[in-house]
Write a protein of this length. Structure first.
Ligand code: AMP
Length: 592
């Protein structure tokens, strides 16, 4: 594997995938043996022999739907028990466990299916470039969490690639649109509606560097949903459809949907559709739009949230670019125009922008393209659990990556021999409301309470993958853990997390105040009792009565679970015991 081998750029899409390479300083997309650049992300498992991948597999989708796997990208990071898409092949997975595809009695992880697609792309690229291709840049939706990025990287490795970088799709698209040529501080929205995922990202160009100001989206929203709604609508209007006709109908309706991006009406013809009878119908753009409108409408809230997170209004944007095949639909363009109050830039082929950008990124990595650096952001905060089950954020949401950040922690209990590092992702104040990413133990030398020093460092590499390091600063003993899919969370859940964090912001804050105040009370009460036992007799009765009253107030607030009153009661007890504390110090000085 020589380091001079070319690096290819790959758009591993839900519906279609593409591969490109730099040629004489230009990014070009590579064609397969049939001279096609778009490879359907579909794998068919025949009863004997090797799996078919790409167009050959897509053709089998209608004929043998149970053994033809499509949209595997939607399954990456999904768990059993979550709402499932209506797919024509079998899915298995215990509640909470990663979803697997079941075909011909064998189970496959979604990334194994993606790996087969990548393997075909790799072979095609090798043929086109005249040599083995071993290094790749692969794109993922900006919203993919750590586990999903890892799974994508794994897919690349299974296909025989060294994955040089995982790049966010909108960032790649911005490069393909040549947005690095815009003026400094230009702000851009990347609206990406593909087959299965929707992403909206707001980028800012900063001295030749792209920075993602915010990202939002839904990995379960795309052209596939429009197809499904169109099929359902059509079935309602045709009474004598047999279920086996579904796949053929789907193919015909998707093709009609594509034509309706350029025509006002189109004919759907299915010879011998119900056995003897053929189906001939006219579908108008208006009819398609009526069905598609509620689905396209779902993009609006994400766009508004992304603008809000970036602290921008539509007027602040300099450019809005379209990515993903579904943005060819005039209705989608109308929505984009209305939301962002400007004409979208359609100068690039929306199907190819991400792959071209991935290729440019590959060119940057191999040194073929210079003077552009790409920065992405973390979609959710990352942290560890501290005392009382509180979330301690180490890398806040929307931080620019790559990033490294750390904090020092200590032991809660004297003589403790190990510290459990529980890594969590999310926006809530209490760890139990966030998602666990993984945990490990670091052993350290026993020390009195509060004396151990354990440094915890989070590093997110350029691919968005998290490495957690914990080190006992005294002995130098350390552990580094790459966070793999301890818990795979769907991107729908990411969105839910953001909504919940806003919704519960107030109660979360009071939960945090209470937990922190309780930690303080737990230290204060025993300390006051001990001090009273030693120096109490030196206080007068009024002082003793006041301290007893303040202690009772702290206990009452503790029992009531009330954060702010407990905080106030702690402060009052602290003040009431000032003289007691001074007496103790004086005693200690006298003794020594
Ligand atoms: P992508 O994930 O970018 O490959 O986008 C694929 C989606 O775009 C699928 O849902 C396609 O049906 C849809 N699509 C492709 N071409 C068109 C078109 N001309 N008009 C409307 N939708 C299209």
């Amino acid at each position: 594997m020589s380091s001079t081998s070319p690096i290819v750029g790959i758009d591993l899409g839900t519906t279609n995938s593409l591969i490109g390479a730099m040629d004489a300083g230009f990014p070009i997309l590579l064609a397969d043996a049939e001279d096609e650049r778009l490879t359907p992300s579909v794998v068919h498992f025949p009863s004997t022999g090797e799996p078919l991948v790409g167009r050959a597999a897509a053709r089998m989708r209608a004929l043998d739907p149970a053994n033809t796997v499509y949209s595997a990208k939607r399954l990456i990071g999904r768990r059993g028990g979550e709402a499932t898409d209506d797919v024509s092949y079998a899915l298995v997975g215990e509640r909470g466990a990663a979803v697997r595809v079941q075909v011909r009695g064998r189970e496959y992880a979604p990334e194994e299916i993606s790996a087969l697609v990548l393997k075909k792309l790799r072979a095609d690229a090798g043929r086109a470039l005249g040599g083995e291709v071993t290094r790749a840049v692969i794109t993922v939706p900006a919203y993919f969490n750590d586990a999903q990025r890892q799974a994508t990287k794994r897919a690349g490795e299974l296909a025989g690639f060294t994955v040089e970088r995982i790049v966010n799709e909108p960032t790649a698209a911005a490069l393909a649109y040549g947005l690095d040529k815009l003026g400094d501080r230009s702000k851009v929205a990347v609206f990406d509606l593909g087959g299965g995922t929707f992403d909206i990202s707001i980028l800012e160009l900063n001295q030749g560097v792209f920075q993602v100001l915010s990202t939002n989206g839904d990995t379960r929203l795309g052209g596939d949903d429009i197809d499904a709604a169109l099929i359902a609508d059509f079935r309602l209007r045709i009474s004598d459809l047999v279920p086996e006709a579904d796949a053929r109908l789907r193919e015909a309706l998707v093709a009609a949907k594509h034509r309706l991006s350029f025509e006002d009406e189109t004919r759907i013809e299915l010879p011998f559709f119900t056995g003897a009878e053929s189906l001939v119908r006219t579908l108008t753009r208006a009819e398609l739009e009526r069905v598609a409108r509620p689905i396209v409408e779902r993009t609006r809230a994400h766009c508004l949230r992304a603008l809000h997170d970036a602290k921008l209004s539509p007027a602040d944007l300099d450019e809005v670019i379209l990515v993903g095949g579904q943005t060819r639909m005039p209705l989608v363009r109308d929505f984009v125009r209305a939301i962002f109050q400007r004409e979208p830039n359609v100068s690039q082929n929306p199907d190819e922008a991400v792959a071209l950008g991935a290729t440019i990124q590959a060119g940057i990595l191999s040194g073929a393209v210079q003077n552009v650096v790409l920065l992405d952001v973390t979609p959710l905060s990352l942290g560890i659990e501290t005392f009382g089950g509180l979330m301690n954020v180490i890398i806040p949401r929307n931080s620019t990556i790559p990033i490294k950040a750390g904090e020092m922690f200590t032991n809660a209990v004297a003589g403790q021999r190990a510290m459990l590092i529980k890594v969590v992702q999310g926006e809530r104040e209490l760890v139990r409301d966030n998602w666990p990413l993984g945990e490990f133990e670091l052993e350290f030398e026993p020390a009195p309470k509060g004396h151990a020093r354990v440094g915890v460092q989070f590093e997110i590499d350029a691919s968005g993958i998290l490495h957690v390091l914990a080190r006992d600063t005294k002995t130098g003993a350390q552990k580094v853990v790459e966070m793999t899919s301890a818990v795979d969370v769907s991107d729908e859940a990411v969105e839910k997390m953001l909504e919940e964090s806003l919704e519960h912001a107030f109660e979360d804050m009071s939960d945090r105040v209470f937990v922190e105040a309780k930690l303080k009370s737990d230290e204060l009460l025993p300390a006051v009792r001990q001090a009273l036992a030693q120096a109490g007799p030196e206080l007068d009765t009024d002082e003793l009565a006041l301290i007893a009253q303040r202690v009772a107030e702290v206990e009452a607030a503790l029992a009531a679970g009330a954060g702010q009153p407990l905080k106030r009661a702690n402060t009052a007890l602290d003040e009431a015991t000032q003289r007691l504390a001074t007496l103790l110090i004086e005693r200690a000085l006298r003794v020594s």
